[in-house]
Design a protein around this ligand. Sequence first.
Ligand SMILES: [Zn+2]
Length: 93
Amino acid sequence: MILKIIFLAIALYGAYRLIKFITEQDEKPSVARSSQDSAPPSDLPEEETVYDEICLKYIPKSLALEYEHMGKKYYFCSGECRQKFLDTINNPY
Ligand SMILES: [Zn+2]
């Protein structure tokens, strides 16, 4: 009878250690995960904008078409705008 109680105590202790081991193992990655999730997303630097003189609007430089005329750089939102600009240069009337 006493042996049974001791065996049960050991079994319970072993179970307790096992549960503690498992929960500790679970805690570590979850902490790492939550710290990663809470990290703020890196903000993209504000993109440079250029002015399209044909349709009179600002466009991101990365999307703009560049054209140099008389030492000055002009930017356009589309090939259509650039063509209009070229027409204006060639036919100033
Ligand atoms: Zn345009």
